[in-house]
Ligand binder design. Structure first.
Ligand code: AHG
Ligand code: MN
Ligand code: MN
Length: 335
């Protein structure tokens, strides 16, 4: 990128609308064709529709189980299915996407052979919290396709490593709704202003504190943690850290991003590779964490360097403040 382009970009103030922000920063992207910008807008639009459904969840008949199962054999909630439909529809109409990987579908969905991008998405994260009015989210990763445009999709387009992401982010449907994303030039957060129907910049250039005092892990599974994990958790207690775990990855990650902390979903006796999915949960959050100055690892390898072999592959996940993740890893190395 030329220094002229770098210097011609104005730092936009808090309150700037997402559309304007995307447009202003379009030249940061090496394939500055406007397609990626359009994709981000499509995702933002679909999220507004999902946000509307989420807010009405208690009033209309979209709570509860669907009676079907997702790719991992887990019970699908009505909102899981609905959110998947909303995002798929928005990304199909735009034409920029050639293939979509979703938690809710076994195989990838072939969209437009002329599209230059592949998307991996967890349309509704934190399903168990839908019925109890607790924060839930959406997670997305965006890749450039590797094969030639216009040709059928190849495996190399789909199974890309996290380091190849060109953009990633999440939407948090919380006490306010936020969209947080990166294109590899830092992390920015936008809060949804529902009366305007706009996301506005509220958290510019987000940085995760290098140290933190929050640890987030489902301790209900403690009996089946590896010894190194149990020892690290004991270390957190000895340090009088605070335990915080909602059970919605997006919400747990977001809190730790703002306050400093570590989120761990380790391997357990039941889930030998942990529970979380590499392609549409961990990679996006790992990219965001690193862009904000934090770290993400499976305990041995940087998440962004893991080569997926399967769309729905799981991985142990340690993510958050740099010094905390390094400390957790030191317990694994010693064991
Ligand atoms: P999803 O709702 O997309 O299936 O994801 C649920 C995930 C994640 O959001 C959360 O951190 C984790 O499951 C919680 O799992 P436990 O209940 O095992 O702690
Ligand atoms: Mn999830
Ligand atoms: Mn989900």
């Amino acid at each position: 990128m030329s220094s002229f382009m770098e210097s011609s970009r104005i730092a936009l103030p808090i309150g700037t609308a997402l559309d304007r922000f995307i447009k202003n920063n379009q030249d940061q992207f090496q394939y500055a064709s406007g397609e990626l910008s359009q994709l981000l807008r499509d995702i933002a639009l679909a999220s507004k529709v999902v946000n509307r459904e989420v807010n009405k969840a208690g009033l209309i008949d979209i709570m509860g189980a669907m009676g079907s199962q997702n790719s991992g054999g887990e019970q699908q909630q009505k909102l899981d299915v609905l959110a998947n439909i909303r995002f798929t529809r928005a990304l199909t109409k735009g034409g920029e996407v050639c293939a979509l990987v979703s938690e809710e579908t076994e195989s990838y969905v072939d969209l437009n052979n002329d599209g230059g991008y592949v998307i991996a998405i967890d349309p509704l994260d934190g399903s168990s919290n839908i019925d109890v009015n607790v924060s839930i989210g959406t997670i997305f990763s965006i890749y450039r396709r590797k094969s030639a445009i216009g040709k059928p999709i190849q495996e190399e387009d789909i199974l890309q490593t996290g380091a190849d992401q060109v953009a990633a982010g999440y939407i948090l449907y919380g006490s306010s709704t936020m969209l947080v994303y990166t294109t590899g030039h830092g992390v920015n957060g936008f809060t949804y202003e529902s009366t305007l129907g706009e996301y506005v910049l509220s958290h510019a250039n987000m940085r995760i504190p290098e140290d933190g005092r929050i640890y987030s892990i489902n301790e209900g599974s403690a009996n089946s943690f590896a010894q190194s994990v149990s020892e690290y958790i004991q270390y957190c207690k000895d340090q009088h850290y605070t335990a915080r775990y909602i059970g919605s990855l997006v919400a747990d990650f977001h809190r730790n991003l703002l306050k400093g902390g570590i989120y761990i979903y380790p391997a357990t006796a039941k889930d030998k590779n942990g529970k979380l999915r590499l392609m549409y949960e961990c990679n996006a959050l790992a990219f965001l964490a690193e862009q904000a100055g934090g770290l993400a690892t499976d305990g041995h390898t940087r998440i962004l360097e893991l080569k997926p072999k399967d769309l729905h592959q799981r991985t142990p996940f340690y993510v958050g403040s740099k010094n905390m993740v390094q400390k957790a890893v030191s317990f694994i190395k010693e064991s």
